[in-house]
Design a protein around this ligand. Structure first.
Ligand code: SAM
Ligand code: SF4
Length: 457
């Protein structure tokens, strides 16, 4: 599925694309048909400022027409920093000497309580790879601990799981335990770089890592999210390879990535950023997000706390659909930041609380959404894609965003947020085109104010 020479030759050929070829790709993108890898290579090689402006403009239009102003909000939860791998870019790598730990069931529940009190409903569970200290049973137990932790009006309704590539049997167990999206970043698709970055590591097996989603699919997980750690190898190569991976999965199973994450390499313990020669600028980062938006209009794009508020704001316009808020990337991080200490896998750039992030999102015209309905209604894999492509998902996600935002405001908001949101929710509800759905949404909003919770379509 990933042939290095083929990718290089596609990128070379694309340098000679005519104005007519380029315009054809842009027209196709505008029709929201998605792009194939040849089209994507052409966009990656664009130099002309006017054409690049056109890419950003179309990305903005696609974002608006498919997702409106909704932004899904989530938080990562690190429960174990034991790791047998030596990934050269990561603070958790084996060679870094620090006291490692994994949270007990009670500690996990304490972290979850703090997250619930921030209003979170959706988590990304994160662990290092360690078959002894953090085996699959530990991960399953952590999921159970999370799903069974409830505070006043607080509960986690969806756990996305970001653990190392594993066996079909283990994916079956994760499916059984109620996994949301299985997230795994390829880090780099460039095999020589991949091998150099993961010396003497379980994770060092490029093919085993690359075929993880095939095994997940075999185990019945049809909701998976991919990503590249930008900064390890040439970004044009990475984006094209990522898209070829997606095309392969679509052809093979009829389902591509549910989400794509776009992490950029950050400073971490035991590594220096200037040892990495493929770091990308903010301009390139924005271009990557816009091109992915044109290439796969219906795939969610996730941005994490790794990015500063200013750049977040820009990429939200060009395609990002999910962001993390109020995050800690250290084991026990929520408790420790509650008491003033910090331990991180890598450095964060955005240190604001979810409430602050939410206020900014709303004043920029976004609607933060805590919706987790699709996964709970079995709208995953190709079922989700069909709904998305037919446009019907708009009738579901829009109202659900408004209801979950109202729930957040009632349970975790302050006076300022309440005043900000009441008008917005009213205006947005009035924009819902189907009368039956508009009325149902109005009724549900009223019911939420009267104390009902967890209402969704
Ligand atoms: N251990 C699992 C793995 O490696 O797939 C999953 C969890 S790991 C904590 C999550 C992700 O953090 C990795 O896939 C990697 O892309 C990212 N990461 C590691 N070091 C980073 C750094 N210095 N800057 C930004 N992201 C980093
Ligand atoms: Fe371990 Fe994952 Fe960090 Fe690699 S990226 S050192 S596997 S936690």
């Amino acid at each position: 599925m990933i042939n290095h020479q083929y990718i290089e030759s596609l990128l070379d050929e694309a340098k000679n694309a005519s104005r007519k070829n380029i315009q054809e790709v842009l027209d196709k993108a505008q029709r929201k048909e998605g792009l194939n890898h040849r089209d994507i290579a052409i966009l990656l090689q664009l130099q002309d400022e006017d054409q690049l402006r056109e890419v950003f403009k179309i990305a903005g239009e696609i974002k608006q027409s498919i997702y409106g102003n909704r932004i899904v909000v989530f938080a990562p939860l690190y429960v174990s920093d034991y790791c047998v791998n030596n990934c050269l870019y990561c603070g958790y790598r084996r060679d870094n000497a620090f006291p490692r730990r994994r949270l007990s069931r009670e500690e996990i529940q304490h972290e979850v309580q703090l997250l619930e009190k921030m209003g979170h409903k959706r988590l990304a569970l994160e662990v290092g790879e360690d078959p002894v200290n953090c085996d699959i049973d530990y991960v399953l137990d952590a999921m159970d601990a999370i799903y069974s932790t409830h505070t006043a009006n607080g509960e986690i309704r969806r756990i996305n799981v970001n653990i190392a590539a594993t066996s079909t049997e283990n994916y079956e167990k994760l499916k059984e335990a109620g996994i949301g999206t299985y997230i795994l970043f390829q880090e780099t698709y460039h095999q020589p770089t991949y091998e150099a970055m993961h010396p003497n590591s379980l994770k060092g097996n490029y093919d085993y890592h690359l075929t993880a989603f095939d095994r997940a699919m075999e185990a019945g997980i049809d909701d998976f999210g991919a990503g590249v750690l930008f900064g390890l190898a040439d970004y044009k190569f990475e984006v094209l390879a990522l898209m070829l991976h997606n095309e392969y999965l679509e052809q093979q199973y009829g389902v591509g990535f549910h989400t794509i994450s776009v992490p950029r390499l950050k400073k971490a313990e035991g590594m220096e950023l200037d040892h990495f020669h493929h770091l990308i600028s903010d301009e390139v980062f924005k271009k990557i997000v816009a091109i992915i938006r044109l290439a796969v209009p219906y795939t969610g794009i996730i941005l994490s706390t790794r990015e500063a508020p200013e750049i977040r704001r820009e990429v939200l316009r060009y395609g990002v659909t999910q962001i993390s808020a109020g995050s800690c990337t250290g084991v026990g991080g929520y408790k420790e930041s509650d008491s003033g200490k910090k331990v991180n896998q890598f450095e964060l750039t955005d240190h604001r609380s979810p409430l602050e992030v939410l206020k900014e999102l709303i004043s920029d015209g976004n609607i933060p959404s805590y919706c987790t309905a699709c996964y709970r209604q079995n709208r995953t894999g190709d079922r989700f894609m069909q709904l998305a492509k037919s446009g019907q998902i708009q009738n579901i996600c829009g109202p659900n965003a408004l209801m979950t935002l109202m729930e957040f405001v009632l349970d975790y908001g302050d006076e300022e947020l309440l005043t900000m949101v009441e008008d917005v929710i009213h205006q947005e509800t009035m924009k819902i085109q189907r009368e039956d759905i508009r009325n149902l949404t109005l009724k549900n909003l009223e019911n939420l104010k009267n104390g009902e919770r967890d209402l969704y379509l």
